[in-house]
Design a protein around this ligand. Structure first.
Ligand code: SF4
Length: 241
């Protein structure tokens, strides 16, 4: 599938104008449905809007494809993913009306090991995430003016104030979080109603799926993200900071 970039009015907006637009939309759309929020993003930014997906599930990609068929779905292939995550990416690409774009880091894992030593994720996960997630995403998002994420307020205290539409000052983009107000039950209901693809690891003790070296199964009663960077103070990869 090819990617066609079409101009929108927002192409010529300044950062200040886009920020104002985002903040106003955040207020106006706070009570809107996820589908309405994504329709606003699709109508406002057209092909300059994308969805990012960790391939934990394809819920936001599915919602976005209804608003903008063929929408770009950006996936960061860190080189450390579980095979199930890559399989989910391939299935999404095969069966959904989306254009999957896979971003890879500047270095392969072997090249990174040669420069920084093996298992950088164990010794300096912030640097590893910066090299393998943050930098590729920043480069990959340059073609867009707005991006959507699957962040939810109930996932962790650091995400409790996520706006449904806000200004991402770090990347100078409009950031759309259409399911910010959803609960896990809402996600499960949408998956079930629409037969949305999900990562098989979700049914195998991993309610949150990241890179294999930094993700473990969660125990009974633990927070959904407790298996991410377990044993360290790290809770986020830097993509949403
Ligand atoms: Fe590296 Fe772990 Fe971050 Fe993946 S989650 S980029 S393996 S530190």
């Amino acid at each position: 599938m090819t990617t066609v970039r079409t101009g929108t009015d927002t192409d010529t907006d300044t950062d200040a104008q886009l920020k104002e637009l985002a903040e106003q939309a955040g207020r106006d759309l706070e009570d809107a449905s996820a589908q309405e929020i994504l329709q606003w993003a699709a109508d406002t930014f057209g092909r300059r809007f994308c969805v990012t997906s960790s391939m934990e599930d394809a819920v936001v990609a599915h919602l976005a494809s209804r608003a903008l068929p063929g929408v770009d779905v950006v996936f960061l292939d860190t080189g450390y993913h579980f095979p199930e995550t890559i399989g989910t990416r391939d299935a999404v690409e095969a069966v959904m009306d989306v254009n999957v774009i896979t971003l890879t880091p500047r270095q392969t894992v072997a090249e990174q090991d040669a420069e920084y030593g093996p298992k950088l994720h164990d010794r300096n996960p912030d640097l590893c995430c910066a090299l393998r997630k943050v930098a590729p995403l920043e480069q990959g998002l340059t073609a867009y003016r707005a991006w959507a994420t699957g962040l939810r307020r109930d996932e962790s205290p650091t995400r409790a104030n996520t706006p449904v539409v806000g200004w991402d000052a770090k990347r100078r983009k409009v950031k759309v979080s259409p399911i910010a107000r959803w609960t896990q039950d809402d996600v499960d209901a949408y998956v079930s109603e629409h037969g949305v693809l999900t990562n098989p690891l979700l049914m195998d003790g991993y309610p949150s799926v990241g890179c294999a070296p930094c993700t473990r199964r969660v125990l009974e009663g633990e927070d959904a993200r407790a298996g991410r960077w377990a044993g360290s103070a790290k809770t986020e990869c830097g993509l949403h900071g």
